[in-house]
Write a protein that binds this ligand. Structure first.
Ligand SMILES: [Zn+2]
Length: 274
C-alpha cells in the first residue's frame, strides 16, 4: 500500500473515532452526576431525580407531551427505563405528561395515592398501567423508598387514600422529601393551607434545603408558618402562562419577606440542582 493510501486510511479512522466519541457523548452518555431537574413544562409540575447511573425518578409530568422532549435531553437514548414515577395527584397539569411517559418508557414502579378519579385522563392512566403491568404502590406517611443513593420519605397522606373519594384533589397531593447527597428537597404537589396545617399540627419535621413551592404559587398555599418551619435555602416555583394569577403577589411577598431566594421556571427554564 502506498504512503498516500495509508495516510487516507489513517485520516478516515481519526474522523470515525471523533464521530463515535461525539455521538457517544451526545446521545448515549447524558449525565453522570446525581442531580434534580425541575422541568419548565409551562403551567404544571414535573421534576426528575437522576442518580447519574441511568436511574431516574420522575415526580409528575406536566400536561401534554413536552415532558418527552425534556426527558430526551437528560436521559441517554439507550436508557428506556424510568425506575419510579410518582404521581402526586391526578390534575391534568401533573398527570397529563405522565400518560406519555408510560407510553414511551418502561416504568418500573408507580407511586400514587389511588384516590377515586373518574376523569378520561385517569381512565387512560389506569388502562396503561394494566396493559403494561406496572406495579403500583399507594403512598402513605412513613414509607421510605431507597433507590441507588436516593432516599425518599413520604410525609403525606397520613393514611392510604386508596379507593377513597376526596373533595379536593389538591389536598390529597403526595408530599415527599428527597435526600440526595445530604441535600433535602421537599415536594408538595398542589397541597394548600389545610394539609400544611395538618403537617404542622403533627409536628412533622419539615426543614428542607430546596422547597418546590406548592400549587404554582397559589395564594392559598405555602403559609408563613409553613415557610418558617421548612426554612428553605432556595425555592422553586413551577409555573407557566395561566389565568389563575400564579404565582400570586401574596406568595411572592411571603418569600421576599423571609429573604428566600426563589426561581420561576417561566423565567429561567429548566432548573438543575447538583
Ligand atoms: Zn397543579
Amino acid at each position: 500500500m502506498s504512503i498516500y493510501k495509508k495516510n487516507i486510511i489513517f485520516i478516515i479512522l481519526i474522523f470515525l473515532s471523533v464521530l463515535i466519541v461525539f455521538f457517544w457523548q451526545n446521545y448515549f452518555v447524558k449525565n453522570q452526576k446525581s442531580q434534580i431537574v425541575y422541568f419548565d413544562v409551562g403551567q404544571g409540575d414535573s421534576a426528575m431525580i437522576d442518580t447519574g447511573n441511568n436511574i431516574q425518578i420522575l415526580i409528575d409530568g406536566g400536561e401534554g407531551n413536552i415532558i418527552l422532549e425534556k426527558l430526551g435531553k437528560h436521559i441517554s437514548l439507550l436508557d428506556r427505563e424510568i425506575e419510579l414515577v410518582i404521581m402526586t395527584h391526578p390534575d391534568k397539569d401533573h398527570i397529563g405528561g405522565l400518560i406519555e411517559v408510560l407510553k414511551y418508557y418502561q416504568v418500573e414502579l408507580i407511586l400514587e395515592t389511588g384516590i377515586i378519579c373518574e376523569t378520561a385522563i385517569c381512565r387512560k392512566w389506569d388502562k396503561l398501567i394494566e396493559e403494561k403491568n406496572i406495579p403500583v404502590k399507594y403512598a402513605e406517611f412513613g414509607q421510605r423508598i431507597v433507590i441507588d443513593d436516593i432516599e425518599i420519605n413520604i410525609l403525606y397522606p397520613f393514611e392510604s387514600l386508596q379507593n377513597i373519594k376526596v373533595k379536593n384533589d389538591n389536598e390529597s397531593s403526595i408530599i415527599l422529601k428527597v435526600n440526595l447527597e445530604n441535600e433535602l428537597y421537599l415536594f408538595t404537589g398542589d397541597a394548600g393551607f389545610k394539609v400544611e396545617n395538618e403537617l404542622i399540627d403533627k409536628s412533622i419535621y419539615l426543614k428542607t434545603d430546596i422547597l418546590k413551592i406548592s400549587h404554582h404559587g397559589s395564594k392559598n398555599a405555602t403559609s408563613n408558618e409553613f415557610l418558617r418551619l421548612v426554612n428553605p435555602k432556595k425555592a422553586v416555583i413551577s409555573v407557566g402562562k395561566n389565568s389563575y394569577g400564579h404565582p400570586t403577589n401574596e406568595l411572592l411577598n411571603r418569600l421576599k419577606n423571609m429573604n428566600i431566594d426563589f426561581f420561576r421556571t417561566d423565567e429561567v427554564g429548566d432548573l438543575i440542582f447538583n
